[in-house]
Design a protein around this ligand. Structure first.
Ligand SMILES: N[C@@H](CCC(=O)N[C@@H](CS)C(=O)NCC(=O)O)C(=O)O
Length: 202
């Protein structure tokens, strides 16, 4: 049984969705943000003082997208394909973490996450511009139903997860119709809906 640490409202949503898609049994350890993530008991599973963290038997991991690669590998193909497609999964996952997430976070904190008086419109605009530059790339690469090919893989889940805040907070995808349709496909999957329900209820 996987133990997924973190409220479903945090990035643990990504790991819950991955466990759902993999069809693996899991338990949510609902660690909240603030003091709980800094508690000594939680630092044992995530020394960064953040969520999520995952326990799978003796294995303890942090970093949401790495946790998801582990979960998908347990399920195998098509969620975690082999060969060259596995390399493509790694490419998109690292691209999501290093190219997309910093800009998406800069936009999100300054567009809706922080209290209004702490938001900086200039930072929000810079974040949005960074996201749009990456969406331009993705729009050109989305020539099949999913990022690696016809099948939904953990690359879709990891990349879509990083864009979840934008998708669910009315980011303007008007110039990127393929990306918008792909995000809708990802988040409307039955197992995504199950994870979203847990997130909404948390
Ligand atoms: N790169 C990490 C980021 C983890 C992260 O920043 N988690 C947030 C919640 S979504 C957190 O724990 N924040 C608490 C804090 O920074 O004190 C991952 O993807 O797992």
């Amino acid at each position: 049984m996987l133990r997924l640490h973190g409220t479903p409202k945090s990035r643990n949503f990504r790991c819950i969705w991955a466990a759902e898609e993999a069809g693996l049994p899991y338990e949510i350890v609902p660690v909240g943000l603030g003091a709980p993530v800094k508690a000594p008991s939680h630092l044992k599973v995530n020394p960064n003082g953040k969520v999520p963290a995952m326990e799978d038997g003796e294995l303890v991991l942090f970093e949401s997208l790495a946790i998801n690669l582990h979960i998908a590998a347990k399920a195998g193909a098509p969620l975690s394909p082999a060969g060259d497609d596995h390399s493509r999964v790694l490419q998109w996952t690292l691209w999501a973490a290093t190219e997309v997430e910093p800009s998406a976070g800069q936009w999100a904190y300054n567009a809706y996450l922080r209290p209004p008086e702490e938001r900086d419109p200039g930072q929000a605009a810079a974040g949005a511009a960074g996201v749009i530059a990456r969406l331009d790339v993705l729009e050109g690469q989305l020539t099949a139903a999913h990022v690696v090919g016809p099948d939904f893989t953990i690359a879709d889940l990891n990349l879509a997860s990083v864009l979840f805040g934008a998708w669910s907070n009315r980011f303007d995808f008007g110039g990127h119709p393929r990306v918008k349709a792909w995000l809708d496909r990802c988040f409307d999957r039955p197992r995504a809906l199950a994870a979203r329900k847990l997130r909404d209820a948390a």
